[in-house]
Structure formats: structure tokens, C-alpha cells
Design a protein around this ligand. Structure first.
Ligand code: ADP
Length: 493
């Protein structure tokens, strides 16, 4: 098995003519099939369920395509394909596995514009984020893990790593292609095979990735993609031939999966919700910090598990921070995600918009003071103005629960001890930010924050070489870096 490029077989050709979205930046044309089947054993196929769901552009509410809903029989077929492919993939020379990963990474780069436009159409995020973050980072994850494939013996010196088997991977809708890359790349590098389930509102770039797998000649069955909603995910997680589940999504579903899998012998990693603190000390560079706060909560409309949704400001600089924050927020452009000047795109789905609105109502009814930017919102589509609340008490719903939208809760503190106590006072522990000019304070605070990632004088920076994951109810296990490989290997001493 050595990588040999071939032309992608067109998914579901008999369903009608593709239409092209020509209004994309720099004339990038993206063809979208009217219907997509499942990707099993290297081929696109109609679902045995015969059922499809709409994939909607949240900025216009138009139906982009129909995507298959996989049932138990479809999941069985996909897992069987992954199981059949495993022995050969596992035995393949690691340097050969690496070649496939390198080719996938290169092909993502070559098709980057198309992927960026498709990601933005399907999910609503600003094109500048798809173009500059999601797609390049997805390629980086394949490059990074390609580099590891033939060096696994160095990962844990003195121990031999062996792949686990069929890995089920369930991903959310906030970074669709990037989450697929986070999950698939390390699994393949370690010699596992995969069944991936994208989120129901954002399956299109994962299916495009399947085309790339065909193009680079990835052996059939090594990665299979089943689309669908929660029932499809539950069937996949429960399948007896799945040896490991990697899940990124809500804490509620993560807990349910942990309960269901207990005693099954399956390996499990969970990357769940967050309510991350972003702490500004009086000695911080305030302009830089305010930029970091905006980046922390309004990036990707706040649909970010590590979003800096709780802002703690030292009392002496509160007025200054709020004044500058208001100016910055008022300058954010909300609207057409395909416009490269847009800062906040559409909310991913009508359901998520309703959730965000409920939290905004709770903030108002519980006594916090709401501010919203004066941005004008488009008539169609799902939108939420950049929103922030002051006079927030730690007991308020908006200070405790994950909103997953562009809503910031601002609170004050007097001393570093109080900042730490309040920042750690949450069931979550995914990320945190610290803004100060004092190096010693950074180290002290960072070491005592209970969070898997602590950004110092920055926020929402990612690196394939850096392990990402949570403390407490934000989950367990790490993705990325050397540590992320451990989730996809059995170790022998
Ligand atoms: P959100 O509420 O933000 O949509 P979810 O946790 O519901 O987050 O979704 C994350 C992923 O988990 C999606 O791919 C979704 O289809 C899937 N999912 C939802 N419910 C279940 C379930 N009971 N079992 C397995 N997967 C599920």
C-alpha cells in the first residue's frame, strides 16, 4: 500500500446537478452536491436508512444540501469497514503511514480556499477565520502527526506503543474541519482506523475531506464518515467493535457517554464545555488586554469551548477597561460571513440562537446590566449582536453556565488571591487568560489556575504541538502534542 493519487469519485452523482456558489471571495467556486451519502470503505454510498437532513447556511437560511442520517445498519457497515482495514493499516510501515498524512495535509493546503468558503457557508463563521485559522490549522495537524508516525518509539521511551483498533470520533459544529483533523490525524499516525461522526449542522467539510482521502489513495476503510445527529453518535459510541471513543461536545452528552461506556472496556477521551476566566491585572497593557478579551469571547461568535466568557478586571482599571472595550466592540463588523472584513458571522443554528437568547434573558432578569453593540443585523439568518454584561454576580446563570455565544460577563476583583478564588470557582477547567506585565505574577497565577490551557498576555492561540484538554467537568485526556498520542496507543513496558 503506497500512496497513489487518483481522481475522487464524485459523491452521489445520480442525485442531480451540483450548483456552484460563485459569490465567494476572489472568485473561488465551490460546488455543492444536492445530496451527500456516507463515506464508507473508501466510497460514497447512499445510507441504508434512506433518510437525509438539510444542511443550512445559517447566514441566509437557504438549504445548501441534504446530508445522510446514518442508522444502526449504516454504523455497523462503517465500523465493519474500519475493523477490516485495521490489520493491514496497523502493519503498514510507519513511514508509509506518514506519507498518506503528508499528502492529506498538502491536499488540504491546495484546496484551502474551497474548504474555507465551504466551512463559512455551512457554519456561518467569518471567512477570515476559516481562511486564516480553521483550514491552515487543519493542515498543520496532519503535517504534525505525519512527523510522529515513524517516531512513536520515541514518544514514551522504554515502552512500546501499539494501536488500539477502531476509533469512534464524534465532533461538534464550531470548528468542523479542524476538529476532524484534530481527531483523525493522531489516530491514523498511531495505526488506528476511524469512524468519524461530524455534527448534524456542519458535515460538508468532513465529506470534502473524504474526497481528499480518495484523491491521495488512502486505503479503503481507514477513515469512514457517518453523518447524522445524536442517535447516530450514540449508536457509534455503543458499537461493540469500537475500542476507543474520542468525543468533543457538550458536558451533558459527554457525561452520558461516560456513563454508558463505563464497564465496556472502551478507551474514552472527552473534551467538553468551559466557562473560562480571562483576568486583567492593573499592571497589564490595557489595549493589548482589551484586544485579547475581544478575541477571547467574540472569535467564532463565541462558539468556542475555551472562550474567555468570564472577564475579571482588577478594580482600579475597571472603568478604563470598560470604556476601551466598548469602543472595540462597537467597531466589530457583524454580517455576511463571506465578506472578508466581517468580524462576527452568523450563529450556527436556530437552536443555538434560541439558547443564547435564553441566557441573555436570564442575565437581564437576574439583575445584570446588559450592553449590546449598535451593529445592524441582516434580515435573514441567525444573528446575535456582540453582548456584554456588567454588575454580574458569581451566582448569576450567565456567570456559571456555558453560553457558547458572543456574550461576555464582566466582574471585578481586588487582590490576586480573590481573582484566583473567583476564577477557579467553576465546575469547568478548560482554559484561562492572564494579563499582566509582571512575569512573576504570570507564573504564580498560571500555576494556580485549574485549567488545561493558560494563555498569558494572549488568548485563543493554538498549536498542534501543544496538548489541549480540560480539568474537572471540561473532560479528560489531551489532544495535540506528544501527550495526545497516548490516547491512541496501548503501551507495553
Ligand atoms: P451541542 O449541544 O453544542 O450541539 P452536542 O454535545 O449535542 O453539542 O453535540 C456534539 C456532537 O455530539 C455532535 O456531533 C452530536 O451529533 C453528537 N451527539 C449528540 N448527542 C449524542 C449522544 N447522545 N451520543 C453520542 N453523540 C451525540
Amino acid at each position: 500500500m503506497s500512496p497513489s493519487p487518483k481522481t475522487a469519485s464524485k459523491p452521489e452523482l445520480d442525485f442531480g446537478n451540483a450548483w456552484e456558489y460563485a459569490a465567494a471571495p476572489e472568485g473561488t467556486k465551490v460546488s455543492i452536491e444536492p445530496k451527500y451519502g456516507l463515506f464508507v470503505n473508501g466510497e460514497f454510498c447512499a445510507p441504508r436508512s434512506k433518510r437525509y437532513m438539510d444542511s443550512i447556511n445559517p447566514a441566509t437560511e437557504e438549504v445548501l444540501s441534504k446530508v445522510a442520517i446514518a442508522n444502526q445498519a449504516d454504523v455497523d457497515k462503517a465500523v465493519a469497514a474500519a475493523k477490516a482495514a485495521f490489520p493491514k493499516w496497523k502493519r503498514l510501515k510507519p513511514s508509509e503511514r506518514a506519507k498518506y498524512l503528508f499528502r492529506i495535509a498538502r491536499r488540504i493546503q491546495e484546496r484551502a480556499r474551497e474548504l474555507a468558503v465551504l466551512e463559512t457557508l455551512d457554519g456561518g463563521k467569518p471567512i477570515k477565520e476559516s481562511r486564516d485559522v480553521d483550514i491552515p490549522e487543519a493542515a498543520k495537524h496532519f503535517f504534525y502527526h505525519a512527523g510522529w508516525a515513524d517516531k512513536l518509539d520515541y514518544v514514551f521511551p522504554g515502552r512500546k506503543g501499539t494501536p488500539i483498533g477502531v476509533c469512534a470520533q464524534i465532533i461538534p459544529w464550531n470548528f468542523p474541519l479542524l476538529m476532524a483533523a484534530w481527531k483523525i490525524a493522531p489516530a491514523l499516525a498511531c495505526g488506528n482506523t476511524v469512524v468519524l461522526k461530524p455534527a448534524e449542522t456542519t458535515s460538508l467539510t468532513a465529506l470534502r475531506l473524504a474526497e481528499i482521502f480518495q484523491e491521495v489513495g488512502l486505503p479503503p476503510g481507514v477513515v469512514n464518515i457517518v453523518t447524522g445527529a445524536g442517535n447516530t453518535g450514540a449508536a457509534l459510541a455503543a458499537h461493540k467493535d469500537v475500542k476507543k471513543l474520542a468525543f468533543t461536545g457538550s458536558t451533558g452528552v459527554g457525561k452520558e457517554l461516560a456513563r454508558n461506556l463505563a464497564g465496556s472496556g472502551k478507551r474514552l477521551t472527552l473534551e467538553l464545555g468551559g466557562k473560562s476566566p480571562n483576568i486583567i491585572f492593573e499592571d497589564a497593557s490595557i489595549d493589548q488586554a482589551v484586544d485579547g478579551v475581544v478575541q477571547g469571547i467574540y472569535f467564532n461568535q463565541g462558539h468556542v469551548c475555551c472562550a474567555g466568557s468570564r472577564l475579571f478586571v482588577q478594580e482600579g482599571v475597571m472603568d478604563e477597561v470598560l470604556a476601551r472595550l466598548k469602543v472595540r466592540i462597537e467597531s466589530l463588523r457583524v454580517g455576511d460571513p463571506l465578506d472578508k472584513n466581517t468580524d462576527l458571522g452568523a450563529i450556527n443554528s436556530i437552536g443555538q440562537l434560541a439558547t443564547i437568547k435564553r441566557y441573555i434573558e436570564a442575565g437581564n432578569s437576574e439583575g445584570a446590566q446588559m450592553f449590546q453593540s449598535a451593529a445592524k443585523l441582516p434580515k435573514h439568518g441567525y444573528w446575535c449582536k456582540p453582548t456584554w454584561f456588567t454588575d454580574v454576580q458569581p451566582s448569576h446563570t450567565i456567570a456559571r453556565e456555558e453560553i457558547f455565544g458572543p456574550v461576555l460577563s464582566v466582574m471585578s476583583f481586588r487582590t490576586p488571591e480573590e481573582a484566583l478564588m473567583r476564577a477557579n470557582n467553576t465546575p469547568y477547567g478548560l482554559a484561562a487568560g492572564v494579563w499582566t506585565d509582571k512575569g512573576s505574577k504570570i507564573f504564580e497565577i498560571a500555576s494556580r489556575l485549574k485549567a488545561g490551557v493558560v494563555w498569558c498576555n494572549s488568548y485563543n492561540r493554538f498549536d498542534a504541538a501543544s496538548p489541549f484538554g480540560g480539568f474537572k467537568q471540561s473532560g479528560f485526556g489531551r489532544e495535540g502534542g506528544r501527550q495526545g498520542l497516548l490516547s491512541y496507543l496501548e503501551l507495553k513496558s
